[in-house]
Write a protein that binds this ligand. Sequence first.
Ligand SMILES: [Zn+2]
Length: 98
Amino acid sequence: MAELREFYDGDDDNAHIEFQKWRQQHQDGYFLNYKGPSNILIHHVLCWHLRDPTDLDRSEDPSSLTRLKKVCSTDRDTLRQWARGKSVKNLKQCQDCM
Ligand SMILES: [Zn+2]
């Protein structure tokens, strides 16, 4: 099973930056956007819904990408397993990047 990382502002003030760094280092990875147990979308790391992963400067756009929890892995099955463990009913895939 591949490594799994969680990034969430509620857990860590640096979550946004750490998430962006993880995206830079794992450009073939995936992440879950966790809005709640019935609302989770799986994206490819480079999904254009999110700003560029190299953009670590928040002076122009201070909004955080990790206001909603992001769960990351290089392996989709690892993320699906995580979702099952959280009793997620339907894990949806982003139509734009998957
Ligand atoms: Zn996407």
